[in-house]
Design a protein around this ligand. Structure first.
Ligand SMILES: CC(=O)N[C@H]1[C@@H](OP(=O)(O)OP(=O)(O)OC[C@H]2O[C@@H](n3ccc(=O)[nH]c3=O)[C@H](O)[C@@H]2O)O[C@H](CO)[C@@H](O)[C@@H]1O[C@H](C)C(=O)N[C@@H](C)C(=O)N[C@H](CCC(=O)O)C(=O)O
Ligand SMILES: Nc1ncnc2c1ncn2[C@@H]1O[C@H](COP(=O)(O)OP(=O)(O)OP(=O)(O)O)[C@@H](O)[C@H]1O
Ligand SMILES: N[C@H](CCC[C@H](N)C(=O)O)C(=O)O
Ligand SMILES: [Mg+2]
Length: 491
């Protein structure tokens, strides 16, 4: 594509260093290390480094033009805009020919439940043979092809490139998690969502957002940006959890049709006659298109909400109710979410990704509801993340468990001992111990567990690493728990 054409959607820019006429752009990159011959390199002033520093390297790697917000001294045409981060989605959208205009797209936001709801939706659309594309915390998937991701919601360039690939590979329904960071940073600008889903909101990420109000405002952008026009061919829906205290604010944020779900308030899609069991959940899914009984292998009230969210979105996307039922009943679970560690032991071990006070409370409430004997919790908090959630998570663990083993999560650049002090300082009860090494903490919980006890290993779920300093070491709670169980069995 000609550079002048690529820039046609940017109204204000300056041309520096050399004329842009006739410059041909083969690809767009924002990482100098990825730049090849004939690419446009976009300089992003990041949280860690300033991408403008790499303009020269990009040129050495073959960049034929630079998009910058500061002056850079390079021998290729340079286009200067006020803010490259905001220009990025515009340029990426243009380069990849606005793929989401041609691709039905569902976005799921909220503090907890996003990954689970997207996996439920994937199952529902596959049930009706619609090829899916999925982007979220665990991975990116096109059909059955799996690709790694660095972020729950990747940057605008990755997104637009991926949606183009999905469209080329005949994906019929794209589904993605939309984080508050992404909404705030404009990573999803230019994504033409058809259905926006809200799960719930509770405290998280207050290292990034100044307060809960800012956090909620960021989440609401998914709904306020859901378009403002009436298009018979291309209807848009906001799917909202009516039982969440912030439902009303989100409903008022959107101009589009609202579909509500819930258990407590009168909603379009509801769960009734609920029967919660240790390994399964039954409820009647009541919807405007009929009612069906659901018998799911997902456990806990919070998962009923996830199933309601997915069902409401699927109904808006014209999936028949009988297919929604079959699909929900097929889902065995989502990796690292309330995942039992199998083996020959007479106590239960559950690995779960709860890393917020609210998710930890939901999971522990569920476990407490079934526990015949003691409940052990192994939990820590991530470094370089919301510090104010540390004492709250510690309180939740102490309130529900008979014994808590506080340990490290991903300390990242922080000191594990200090994170643990943030969690335990001020605890009044003493039914806890601190074991910094996560492997040792898991070993201790397994060693202590007796018949019918339940161990919850919280915080890391599907993660297969532990990040300490700048290094990611191989680590998987499920593998470590299994090893500890096997070791106990041989004693
Ligand atoms: C705080 C934050 O959001 N950081 C994101 C940001 O990184 P950054 O600003 O530090 O980037 P940087 O390293 O300063 O680099 C700046 C620019 O220089 C470029 N560069 C860099 C080095 C080089 O040699 N050459 C070069 O060109 C980079 O490609 C980049 O364009 O831009 C990167 C690329 O898009 C993201 O991967 C990165 O997410 C990091 C990994 C992260 O941990 N983010 C978290 C806070 C996050 O976004 N989480 C949310 C929510 C998760 C949830 O739901 O709980 C998420 O959506 O993942
Ligand atoms: N609807 C829900 N309400 C409250 N807690 C939930 C809900 N669904 C899942 N959880 C809890 O939150 C954890 C994370 O769930 P999930 O991965 O689906 O959420 P997420 O929003 O994608 O999280 P993240 O932002 O970290 O990617 C689960 O392991 C479970 O403990
Ligand atoms: N997407 C979340 C994941 C947290 C997972 C937890 N294990 C941690 O490292 O804090 C975050 O980046 O805040
Ligand atoms: Mg997620």
């Amino acid at each position: 594509m000609k550079l002048s054409e690529l820039l046609s959607e940017l109204t204000f820019y300056e041309e520096l260093n050399a004329p842009i006429d006739n410059v041909e752009i083969k690809n767009v990159e924002m990482d100098s290390r990825e730049v090849g011959d004939g690419d446009l390199f976009i300089c992003i002033d990041g949280f860690t480094v300033d991408g403008h520093k790499f303009a020269e390297q990009a040129v050495q790697n073959g960049a034929s033009a630079i998009l910058a917000e500061k002056d850079v001294s390079v021998p290729v045409p340079t286009v200067k805009v006020a803010n490259t981060s905001r220009a990025l989605p515009i340029v990426a959208g243009k380069f990849f020919q606005y793929p989401t205009k041609k691709l039905p797209l569902i976005g799921v936001t909220g503090t907890n439940g996003k990954t689970t709801v997207t996996y439920l939706l994937e199952s529902i659309f596959n049930q009706v043979s619609r090829k899916t594309g999925l982007i979220g915390t665990i991975q990116m998937k096109i059909g059955e092809d799996i690709h790694p991701v660095k972020n729950t919601t990747p940057d605008a360039l990755f997104l637009q490139r991926t949606f183009k690939q999905m469209h080329d590979e005949k994906v019929e329904q794209a589904i993605m998690e939309v984080s508050s960071h992404a909404l705030d940073l404009g990573r999803v600008h230019g994504c033409d969502f058809d259905i926006a889903v809200f799960t719930n909101i509770s405290q998280d990420h207050l290292d990034y957002h100044r307060n809960m109000e800012d956090y909620l405002h960021a989440k609401s952008l998914l709904f306020s940006q859901l378009g403002n026009s009436f298009d018979e061919e291309n209807k848009k829906y906001a799917v909202i959890n009516l039982d969440d205290p912030h439902a009303d604010f989100l409903i008022r944020s959107t101009a589009q049709q609202v579909v509500t779900y819930g258990c407590e308030h009168e909603a379009h899609v509801m769960a009734e006659e609920i029967n919660l069991e240790v390994t399964r959940t039954e409820f009647t899914l009541k919807t405007p298109v009929g009612s069906v009984r659901i018998n799911s292998r997902l456990v806990g009230t919070f998962n009923i909400y996830n199933m309601l969210a997915a069902s409401a979105a699927a109904i808006a996307a014209n999936v028949p109710l009988s297919e929604i039922k079959d699909a929900l009943e097929k889902v065995k679970g989502v990796s690292g979410r309330f995942e039992p560690v199998e083996g020959n032991h007479d106590f239960a071990v559950i690995v779960d990704y709860a890393h917020t006070p609210d998710s930890l409370e939901n999971v522990l409430q569920t476990i407490k509801g079934f526990a015949k004997q003691k409940v052990y919790v192994v939990v820590g908090c991530g470094g370089d993340r919301d510090k104010t959630k540390r004492p709250l998570m510690a309180d939740v663990a102490m309130n529900y468990a008979d014994h808590v083993i506080f340990t490290s999560d991903n300390p990242r650049t922080e000191d594990s001992g200090e994170i643990l002090s943030d969690m335990t300082d001020g605890l009044e009860d003493n039914h806890y111990e601190v074991i910094e090494g996560r492997k040792e903490a898991i070993n201790m919980a397994v060693k202590l567990a007796d018949t019918d006890d339940i161990i919850l290993i919280a915080g890391k779920g599907h993660e297969t690493y532990q990040e300490i300093g700048g290094t990611r070491y191989d680590f998987d709670d499920r593998v470590e728990a299994k090893k500890a169980i096997d070791k106990k069995g041989t004693l």
